[in-house]
Ligand binder design. Structure first.
Ligand code: ZN
Length: 429
């Protein structure tokens, strides 16, 4: 059943909550938040709203939420919803596409249950995913999509063996191009297919066929060609997979909107990112996974050292003032544990409030959706998360599924663990 076939959402009054939305360092206790239709209608000190004067009491549901914290619905700005961390090798070649698509249904659902109401898929999901979520065919976060990663021959998105056999023929396979003109064409192709973002491989990576983060990707001229063409078509921005220092620098200079991973970013480039307002999505959930033990010992040791260095560089980056956005690389990291990233961001130097901002208002700004979502403010879409933990004193607790009691998306209660909003609680004001 499509969501729009359900009865219209009731008007909802969350009474006496503490609002923590990342836009301020200090929480706002004692607030009443009124949700009507898909919007936040009002946020006011408890008891000061004349509710019957503004809404019909007939459909009003009240939740006494004293002691609870209300946050904006979160963003995960680096996911691969159609990829599974437990997937068999070469599944994108061997399995039918329908299996890969349907496998993402529980992943999307788990992501929503974790408190993620919006996400950016950076390769794998096509416009069918985004449109199916908008239509309510499946439950999950609203998506912005990039479709595939644009890569040079031999780069991070060139998923072929040395003999040319494709290892990934699915929708997430990279698009290979060489020269600024070819990258213009590749950009137009993903735009034609409905991309909100254009993703490029500015360096190699830790997984995939090219396993050195320091290895090269697009030249600065090729990156500029992508950025210029993407701007011409009015996409949200260009996201650069960039792990080694030189590739990060080239991507920042070319004017990309976000640096994904940014593991070995140097100080000069951090300064430039600060000046330009380039967003950093450090994907710590992926970086802090256990080091893969396959391959010769020197390779395993190299991976371990690289991870240590990356954590050092990112702890400098996170406290340098560049805008940081929450992204987990779920699909590589597990789905549905997205908010564990918050504690990792805090461990590397963000305050709990800044980490929350990274997953809410700053993420919304990066996605150019801050007029629509990302804060708890009257007029915005009612994407909200209610928890009984205090995220400012125990940010790690938000990463646990049980702590996410209620999730509201577009004014609809899409998760409600304790049946707080069940019939017994329903009454007129
Ligand atoms: Zn990724």
């Amino acid at each position: 059943m499509r969501q729009d076939e359900y009865a219209p959402a009731p008007t909802l009054l969350l009474r006496n909550v503490t609002v923590v939305d990342g836009s301020a360092e200090s929480p706002a206790p004692g607030r009443d938040v009124l949700v009507e239709g898909d919007r936040i209608r009002a946020v006011a000190p408890t008891g000061t709203l004349d509710v019957p004067a503004v809404v019909s009491p007939a459909r009003l549901r009240i939740l006494e939420a004293a002691g609870r914290t209300l946050l904006p619905g979160f963003f995960d700005c680096h996911v691969h919803v159609s990829t599974s961390p437990e997937a068999a090798r070469f599944d994108t070649v061997l399995a039918p596409e329908s299996l890969l698509t349907l496998r993402s249904v529980p992943a999307l659902s788990a992501t929503l249950d974790a408190g993620i109401t919006s996400a950016r898929d950076l390769a794998g999901a096509d416009s069918g995913f985004r449109d199916a979520l908008d239509a309510g065919y499946v439950r999950g976060p609203k998506l912005q999509i990039a479709l595939r990663i644009l890569s040079i021959t031999g780069g991070h998105g060139d998923w072929r063996t040395v003999t040319g056999t494709p290892l990934d023929s699915g929708p997430g396979a990279g698009a290979v191009a060489d020269s600024p003109d070819e990258f213009v064409r590749a950009t137009r192709e993903v735009v034609r297919q409905g991309a909100d973002w254009v993703k490029v491989a500015a360096t190699g990576g830790m997984t995939g066929p090219r396993r050195a983060p320091e290895s090269g990707g697009l030249t600065e001229a090729e990156l500029r060609a992508v950025v210029t063409e993407a701007e011409r078509h009015g996409v949200v921005g260009v996201a650069a997979h960039a792990q080694g220092a030189a590739g990060i620098t080239a991507a920042v200079r070319a004017g990309v909107r976000s640096i994904e991973h940014g593991y070995l970013v140097d100080d000069a480039t951090l300064d430039e990112m600060g000046e330009r307002g380039t967003y950093l999505v450090p994907t710590l959930s992926a970086l802090t996974r256990p080091v893969r033990q396959d391959g010769p010992p020197h390779l395993v040791e190299q991976r371990r050292r690289l991870r240590e260095t990356a954590l050092e560089r990112l702890s400098i980056a996170l406290t340098s003032g560049v805008p940081v956005v929450l992204g987990t690389d779920a699909g590589i990291a597990p789905h549905g544990r997205n908010l564990r990233e918050l504690a990792l961001l805090v461990r590397l130097g963000l305050s709990p409030a800044t980490a929350i901002a990274a997953g809410t208002c700053v993420a919304a700004r990066m996605c150019r959706l801050d007029d629509e979502v990302g804060t708890v403010r009257a007029g915005l879409r009612a994407d909200l998360v209610l928890t009984d933990v205090d995220p400012l004193t125990d940010i790690a607790a938000l990463g646990e599924l049980d702590a996410i009691r209620t999730v509201i998306q577009g004014g609809r209660v899409v998760k409600d663990v304790a049946s707080d909003l069940g019939a017994g609680q329903e009454r007129a004001a």
